[in-house]
Design a protein around this ligand. Structure first.
Ligand code: NAD
Length: 502
């Protein structure tokens, strides 16, 4: 795992050890800041996938019956190890994703929040009990784990997104198969090693590396009882349709196009700071990034000027150096994002800051695209209609709040949104009227804290359960209600009528 010269093999993980797989197929893993191939990822065949799923299946009965106290003790140990060593994980993320190390550390810390939430799972697994619901009859409810579950992750948060799910899945007694993105798969192996060190029994947490072949096996294999997917909308739709058709519980979080509305009474300096942070952090490769700024009324010129001043001061470079923003994840993705800037220019938008000409603090073959600010964007331009997933902030000018709200509510996505205003009444109206799952009021990236649940509306989430918080606990468990009466001669007798409480 340590050599970084392109000969390193990144394998699967089952039964608490690496598994090379048998497919013989590999894919290159690249450092986006240098363009250099740093390793080869084993791509699972159907047989490899089954082997990993079998390990999770074999481990389930014992893990399910391990006491809550013992399960929680392992969670606590994992949390302690992660807290001590998260810098290592952050550096791995930077080396394959490209985001700056401080941002990678932030992602790990947000993931750690869910581990901490899961450490208190015993409180959330408590059922209800009613004594004497009928004469001498008691009723109680319990929640039980589902079995082996799959987590299929995107490239943009190789640690945090899996951690939205697996701490809760494991704490509630399930076993897990994590399928990381092919672009940054090493974080998952580091996490698997940490679980083993924390004392998690073999087979409870497994990693299956691969592409569509691995995903498809997870979706159809009857041993897998639930699938948590995060990625682009077309794949989320496919995963939801296929997984549910095979009888699984599925939550499939999809893409986004997040708008921020700035009302005329907002503090424009704070709003400009927020737009830059939310538009260009992690090079815009966040599902909660703001990519569309809706400026209401006559503030647009002043606001755009403030954002421009801040944007030109940003540094783009290698995430291990002192940069504000790193490269994009692959060359293909960098070129795709740049092509949207080209299209916006062709369509008549104003390129206020042009990231295509950035001078990076990094190697020439890195996948560089600087922060890009585009004004006078209209709703028919592809730079507006499509999820770009890069450091491109579009400004749409409108005359009224109603027009701004309509833009958001008529769009296909509903992941995150924000409003900037000093008017409490306007903010309250917005939170009530906007058709989006996560809303920020003067907060640009309103990612809910772990004990609330994360998830969007419309094409940003397929399924009815959001991630983590009590909804996450619900997703990874199923309810059972037990009605009991202990032997008593007075209960004898024949009665074919439907049982009634009396
Ligand atoms: P992606 O859809 O390309 O990949 C996600 C996962 O699906 C990966 O593990 C990948 O291996 C797998 N996959 C890819 N093609 C597949 C296919 N044809 N069949 C089966 N599986 C396939 O997404 P990405 O590029 O890795 O991540 C970026 C996307 O994820 C963006 O659209 C972003 O908005 C979204 N995202 C959403 C959220 C959210 O919470 N809603 C969070 C993070 C990222």
């Amino acid at each position: 795992m340590t050599q970084n010269d392109g000969t390193r093999t990144i394998s699967h993980w089952l039964d608490n050890k690496p598994f090379a797989g048998t497919s013989g197929e590999t894919a290159p893993v690249t450092n986006p800041a240098t363009g250099v191939v740093t390793g080869r990822l084993a791509l699972a065949s159907v047989e490899d996938s089954r082997r990993v799923i079998d390990a999770a299946t074999a481990a389930f009965p014992a893990w399910r019956d391990t006491s809550l106290a013992k399960r929680t003790a392992v969670l606590f140990k994992f949390r302690e190890l992660l807290n001590e060593r998260k810098q290592e994980l952050a550096e791995i993320i930077t080396s394959e994703h490209g985001k700056v190390v401080s941002d990678a550390l932030g992602e790990v810390t947000r993931g750690q929040e869910v581990v901490e939430f899961a450490c208190g799972i015993s409180h959330l697994l408590k059922g209800g009990m009613t004594e004497n619901a009928s004469t001498n009859v008691d009723v109680h409810s319990i929640r039980q784990p589902l079995g082996p579950v799959a987590v299929i992750a995107p490239f943009n948060f190789p640690a945090m997104v899996p951690m939205w799910f697996f701490p809760i899945a494991i704490a509630t007694g399930n076993t897990v198969v994590l399928k990381p993105s092919e672009k940054d798969p090493t974080a998952a192996i580091w996490i698997a090693e940490l679980w083993a060190e924390a004392g998690l029994p073999a087979g409870v947490f497994n990693v299956l590396q691969g592409d569509k072949t691995a995903v498809d096996e997870l979706l159809v294999n009857p041993a897998i009882k639930a699938v948590s997917f995060v990625g682009s909308t077309p794949i989320a739709q496919y995963v939801y349709a296929t997984g549910t058709a095979h009888g699984k519980r599925v939550q499939a979080l999809g893409g986004a196009k997040n708008h921020a509305i700035v009302l005329p009474d907002a503090d424009l300096d704070l709003a400009a700071d927020a737009m830059v942070n939310a538009g260009f952090g992690s090079a815009g490769e966040r599902c909660m990034a703001i990519s569309a700024l809706v400026a209401v009324g006559d503030i647009a010129d002043e606001l755009v000027a403030k954002i421009k001043d801040r944007t030109v001061a940003l540094t783009t470079g290698d995430g291990t150096r002192d940069s504000d923003m790193g490269p994009l994840v692959t060359k293909a993705h960098r070129d795709r994002v740049a092509s949207y800037v080209d299209a916006g220019e062709r369509d008549g938008a104003t390129i206020v800051v042009d990231g295509r000409t950035v001078q990076p603090n990094g190697e020439p073959n890195g996948f560089w695209l600087g922060p890009t600010l585009i004004d006078n964007v209209t709703t028919d331009m592809s730079v507006y209609t499509d999820e770009i997933f890069g450091p491109v902030l579009s400004v749409i000018r409108v005359d009224s709040y109603d027009e701004a709200l309509d833009l958001i509510n008529s769009g296909p996505f509903g992941n995150g949104t924000a409003i900037f205003t000093n008017d409490g009444g306007a903010a309250r109206r917005f939170q009530n009227e906007v058709e989006v799952g996560m809303v920020g009021i003067n907060v640009p990236i309103p990612v809910p804290t772990a004990y609330y649940s994360f998830g969007g509306w419309k094409n940003s989430l397929f399924g009815d359960t959001h991630a983590h918080g009590t909804e996450g606990v619900h997703f990874f468990t199923r309810g059972k209600v037990v009605t009991s009466r202990w032997l008593d001669p007075s209960h004898g007798g024949i009665n074919l009528g439907f049982p009634q409480n009396n």
